[in-house]
Write a protein that binds this ligand. Structure first.
Ligand code: ZN
Length: 315
């Protein structure tokens, strides 16, 4: 495939360079290895290529097609899948607590409403949510949350015209949608003056991806992989002012030990002695991993963690 024929960046429309092939068979095998159970054959997974934008650095899938309802139904039912409370929840709660008066908050892709429940301690917030999954909406509603079924992934059929919010939250949602700019642009049109969109995404490459990208941060799961420059570019495209924070970075030493053991010992869970032997026996490799982790990109004064909280402010 020539560069001209590759789809352009979904954010800045510049050309993309192919950086990785992900054939369906390989994706299937890796997902099965993570969850310890075969991906059912009837779940369709296309062959993907990963492209990196030559302008903003966003890494995006070709084709930009996420796993369907059957894929998400299967993966969200895996015991290993469910995430507990996330780092950025506290940050979001603090930012909301600093707002005065009643604050209308919409969580887009709220799932069964864990974050909304977490935020509900603040009685100044008028909380609501939308999600594409009917079972999730039902679960959230049973908890007494104001959540409805909306296909927000299609910017044209998203929210009602007259809906206005002070804060719109997308927690680990943006990386799943096939039109991240269209979705956020449509949402931005529902922001009040002084409002903000809070977007949390994995910060890519994640520190565990130094020695190869993690299938959980690739399609059919994640269609886009974000970093500082691509999030800045999204802010420019939206005409909103970005403030960016990341979780605390993991220790380069611990990461280098983990990477070395991963490379040398594979997916086993080695004991202390085996780990020490792997590191000492492959010390050059360890030092190489260590130096690369130490050179991780900085956000402000700190090396980037594995999750970013991007706040897009409307002035
Ligand atoms: Zn771009």
């Amino acid at each position: 495939m020539t560069a001209e024929k590759l789809p352009h960046c979904p954010i800045c429309r510049k050309t993309g360079m192919s950086v990785m092939d992900l054939p369906a068979q390989s994706a299937r095998k890796q997902i099965s290895a993570v969850f310890g159970v075969e991906v059912p054959g009837e779940i369709k997974i296309p062959d993907y290529t990963m492209l990196q934008c030559t302008g903003c650095g966003l890494v995006y899938a070709n084709p930009m097609i996420a796993g369907g309802a059957d894929y998400y139904g299967w993966i969200t039912a895996q015991p290993k899948y469910s995430a507990g409370q996330r780092w950025e929840w506290g940050k979001i709660a603090t930012a909301l607590a600093n707002r005065t008066g009643k604050t209308r908050v919409l969580e887009v892709g709220c799932g069964n409403g864990k974050l909304l429940q977490f935020l509900s301690a603040n009685k100044n917030l008028v909380l609501s949510g939308v999600d594409v999954s009917e079972p999730s909406v039902r679960l959230a509603t049973e908890k007494g949350l104001d959540v409805r079924l909306v296909d927000f992934s299609n910017p044209d059929t998203s929210l009602d015209k007259n809906e206005i919010y002070d804060v719109i939250i997308l927690s680990h949602v943006l990386e799943h949608v096939s039109d991240p700019l269209g979705v956020t642009r449509a949402l931005a049109s529902h922001l009040n003056a002084g409002g903000a969109i809070f977007v949390s995404v994995p910060y890519s490459p994640m520190s565990r991806e130094l020695d190869g990208w993690d299938i959980q941060n690739l399609p059919p799961h994640h269609l886009t992989r974000w970093n500082k420059s691509s999030l800045e570019c999204l802010g420019l495209e939206l005409g909103l002012e970005l403030s960016l924070e990341t979780a605390k970075a993991k220790s380069p030493f611990k990461r280098a030990v983990q990477d070395t053991c991963g490379r040398v010992l594979g997916n086993k869970h080695p004991g202390t002695f085996a780990r020490m032997r792997a590191v000492l026996g492959n010390f050059k490799m360890f030092v190489d991993f260590y130096n690369r982790h130490r050179n991780r990109e900085f956000i402000g004064t700190r090396p980037a963690g594995d999750t970013a909280l991007a706040v897009f402010n409307k002035k």
